[in-house]
Design a protein around this ligand. Structure first.
Ligand SMILES: [Zn+2]
Length: 189
């Protein structure tokens, strides 16, 4: 699938649909395996999503709200986060978001946060944007597309860090990402 809900969007919905999908809140658990730097990076990324103008919230699980996915950390042996469709490859109980420190370092960088924003976009039902990006929030001329944290590419400068690197250090999620979440979660806040 290419394109999203309209001709002026780049976002691509996925088939990731959690139980409780309609309530527009996704609950997570934080494994004790995640070190303090990465927990901090996750909290920043979560807060960036939650503060943006979109229709999903990422909230810690509680007694009445079991987790939709867990956040885990793998010290070695993984090449990247492994949830590029849904956390753990499928929605629902047992799904997980795995941080690979092999691929993503010690968790103190903007790239670490942008990576988590990107992965939370997967949890929220978005797939990759592969088109060339544009720093604006609408489609540009030719094949240019609005910037999106769901961008993927062969390296960071072509992926979720593209807009941060090329558009003046602006932090994700971006308008196109929010539009994608709002398409997946219609009628939210
Ligand atoms: Zn991805």
């Amino acid at each position: 699938m290419t394109g999203g809900g309209s001709e002026t969007s780049a976002f691509v919905p996925s088939n990731c649909k959690f139980p409780g999908y309609a309530v527009k809140t996704l609950y997570y658990s934080m494994s004790g395996s995640v070190d303090a730097n990465w927990q901090s990076a996750f909290m920043d990324a979560r807060n960036w999503w939650n503060a943006a103008n979109n229709d999903v919230r990422f909230v810690p699980f509680g007694p009445n709200n079991p987790p939709n996915f867990s956040v885990q950390q793998q010290i070695a042996g993984s090449t990247n986060w492994n949830n590029d469709t849904c956390p753990g490859g499928a929605p629902g109980p047992g799904s997980f978001m795995m941080i690979s420190t092999d691929a993503n370092g010690n968790g103190t960088t903007t790239q670490a946060r942008a990576t988590i924003v990107h992965e939370l976009g997967h949890a929220g039902g978005l797939n990759h944007v592969t088109q060339p990006m544009y720093c604006g929030d609408t489609v540009g001329p030719g094949f240019q597309q609005p910037k999106a944290v769901m961008k993927t590419g062969a390296n960071a400068s072509e992926g979720q860090m593209w807009a941060f690197i090329n558009c003046g250090g602006v932090l994700p999620p971006y308008v196109d990402d929010n539009n994608g979440i709002n398409y997946v979660f219609p009628g939210g806040k």
